[in-house]
Structures are given as structure tokens and as C-alpha cells.
Design a protein around this ligand. Sequence first.
Ligand code: PLP
Length: 322
Amino acid sequence: MTSAAAAPAPATVLVFLDPAFENGRVADASLPQLMATDQGATRGDGVFESLLAVGGQPRKLQAHLNRLAGSARLMELDIPAEDVWRRAIGTAISEYRSRHLPAGAETGAEADELVVKLLVTRGVEGAAATTCWVQASAPGPSGRRQRETGIDVLLLDRGYDSEVGERAPWLLLGAKTLSYAVNMAALRYAHKQGADDVIFTSADGMVLEGPTSTVLLAHLETTDDGAGGVRTVRRLITPQQDSGILPGTSQGALFTAAKAAGWELGYGPLEPKDLLDADAVWLISSIRLLAPVNHIDGQEIGTPELRKQLTAELNALYATIG
Ligand code: PLP
């Protein structure tokens, strides 16, 4: 019996930021839209953001706009004001939903997730203006699957020490630049070894980040509650933020929610043995959300029950984030 061909992914919606169009200019994603001499294409010279919209609402939008502005500042790129981005994002989401989610269609939370990318390039060679656009598309199936099944991860050396970000700001380690070829190569390398993802380490042996995600670990500790009983201290830890990694908006939002729920928070420094000794490890990012790590370099992290329980607990906290 032959299976039915998979339905083609719904077409991406493009909205260019264009001073002649207050809410952005909708463009046809099936036609060429960039000049071949755009420095985004010729040099990967630009910055971007990827965020999730659920039920038509972008999540953590202000945090993404703040990071976009920070990345642009590091790259000395002039970008449009926040309200211009917000209007173009609104256009992209409503255009996508009106094209692909007809009224009355089943729009459960999962069916109604959209990836919204904000892109900025240094513009066409010789011209003074940046090229900026918003793109809305359907998330790929693997992220959702990995949230549920978890992932196997390889530790890979990024080749820089953990202090290079401070010493060599031109490496732009804290900016979300368009130059992701190295990150994608690391993922391909991991896939060839049968793993799903990567945690980069520094040349001096510190845990850094994933190619598209922030590292988190949890430790549970049972202590005396001072009244003859015991209490469990829950600790959530992420690598040192000044070690040349991208500050994660998902990690930041989850930390705020976890703190309010009584978790203790920590910010590295972390070494690989800290990951292997943890009760649970996750890679967290805006689109895939929390992906529990089952194995690192073949070694199991915690137990399946503990991973499941802690992942459910943190997912519930993350769901409270606006
Ligand atoms: N670190 C890197 C290198 C990333 O590319 C990303 C996201 O793509 C993250 C961390 C996670 O950031 P966020 O939680 O804001 O999606």
C-alpha cells in the first residue's frame, strides 16, 4: 500500500519594511525579492530573530525586539523603530492566518504555531540602507517531536576560549548574526554521528550553548526543613552569560517564571561533568521550546521519570509566559 504524499508546507509570507507602506509591503515568497548584491546574501552580513506566534500572538516580542536592537548595535546597523517592526509582524501573522487558517478550521494551540523571523541585512552593496523584512512560516515537524521524545547531544569544541567574547568583540559572539554556517555545520556533524543536537564547549573546557539554543540544567537537593521534615530545593542553572554566548530570551523568561515558583537560579560557570551529573538537562529556544536531553556523548542524563517530571514542571511554567 502506498502512503499518501505529504501535503506541501504552506507558503511562507514575506513582509518587507518599506517607508512607503505603513504596515509593511507584502511580497511574493515564490518570486526573487532580494538583489543578488545584497550583503546579507554575499557576506551573511546582518542580524535576525526567530520567535514563535501562538494563536496569532507573538511570544516574548519585546525581548526579541530588544535583542534585535542589541545585535544591530554591535554590528553598527541602523534599523527601523520598534513600532515599524511591530506593524510588519502584525501584517505577516494576519496575512499568514488569513491565507492558511480558513475561518472555522481546527486551530488547537499546536496547530496554530507560527515561526516569525525578523531579518536585517546591511543592504545592497554601495547603497546606504539596510534591507529588512519579516517572514512567517509553519514550524518544521522535528521540533515538536523533539519536545516530546527528547534529544541525544554531542559535546563539540567551538575552538574559542570562554573569555574571547570580551577580548575580541569583533567576533560578535553576543549578537544573533546571519552567519550561521558554522552552527549548521556542527548540527550536520552531529546528525552524521547519529545525534540530534550539539552543546558547544570552549577551548578552556566550559559549557557554552547549542548552535540554536541555550543550555539549562536542573539539580534537585533534599535538605532538612528545620522542622523534622525534608524539603526539596530545585535549582535551575545556565552557563555564564559573559562567556561568548547569545543571551537566550527563552531562558530569561523561564528563569523569571521559575524564580517566582520558588526555584533557585544559577549562572555557571559549567563544565561538562556538571551536565553529566545533573538531574536533567535541556536545550531551550523560542521555536522548539524545552527539548529534554536524553544522552550526552552516549551517557544518560538523570532517569526517564525524572526528566519527564521536571520537563512537565518547566513546560507548565513556560506556558505562563506572555
Ligand atoms: N543560542 C543561540 C546560538 C541561538 O541561535 C538561539 C536561538 O536561536 C538561542 C541561544 C536561544 O535563544 P532564544 O531562546 O531567544 O530563542
